[in-house]
Design a protein around this ligand. Sequence first.
Ligand SMILES: [Zn+2]
Length: 352
Amino acid sequence: MASDDRRITSGRWHPPRSSRAEVADLFGEGQTLFVRLDAGGDPVAVGDLKRVEVSTRIGRVPRRIGFPDGSMFETDDNDAVDTWLKRLGRTGFIHELERFHPRLLGIVAAIVLLSVGIYRYAVPALVEVAVLVTPPAVTGWMASGTLLSLDKAVFSPSDLPEEKKNEIRSAFNQVAAFSARGASAYNLNFRKGGVIGPNAFALPDGTLVITDELVTLTEGDLDMIVGVLAHEIGHVERDHSLRQLYRAAGTAGLIMLIAGDVGSAGEDILTNGAALVALSYSRDAESEADRISVELMTKAGRDPRAIGRFFARLEEKLGIDSESSFISTHPGTAERRQAIDDYAKKLMPGGS
Ligand SMILES: [Zn+2]
């Protein structure tokens, strides 16, 4: 075959819906592209430039040209394709962007800085505002959603005997009566913890959950159990879990902003209980809740050091690093026990 000045380059042609590759040449005439097999014969694919799809140039990745009939021509000769496209005035806009560009790098750096700024300053401020304006109906909705998903995923019904539950409940009510919101603000639930093991947690609306495993760990020590629950009351009173939730949601929001994808992360955090329960509190929040436990226990005439004894028990039985225990979400125990003891001493009648 004589040389044809319409020939752009050589490559491989794939028939529609086939992975078969045939050695072929690409030709251009005016606005029309067509493919001829090396084996000869009529063009096997023809398409107007407006109707073919030319893949974007990405480094040395073979260029693909999709024809309206579904067939595809592929070539490693990117330059030839570009030259032909340029001659027709269709330059690769995206290709320009994909080239390494100092200005682009500057934009990326600016976005990263802005995001860090939002994270450091705007998220904490927004969290405080959100905590203030969240209506009780919303915290109730979050809590029921959380408990529901935890019941589906991790929990099973408590195996504790009814008398034991009643004993814990009445001791709890007696202590909760001294809390700022009163006993009626709390709703105590018993569950078998499964993978989350010995645990107790509070949801923003005052829903408390205690696992059978935690009750077992205390060997039925009622002061220890109620001390832990009083600590959870502290988290509710000071809106710790709501604050944690918003902080996480804010972070997820930021990730969405950067990634441009809402994804399931945000949805998970807002509706999935596991995410809420996995959020660990700050040390400040923990000491605050410890102090409230000591105060409530003192007022109720129970052992104010019970929460400290509970931490000692946890460490002794599970070790500090146990991932599925209360410790993983309620960090810090060594100096913490000391602080509990000191505070309890201070609150004791005649204590200093
Ligand atoms: Zn805590």
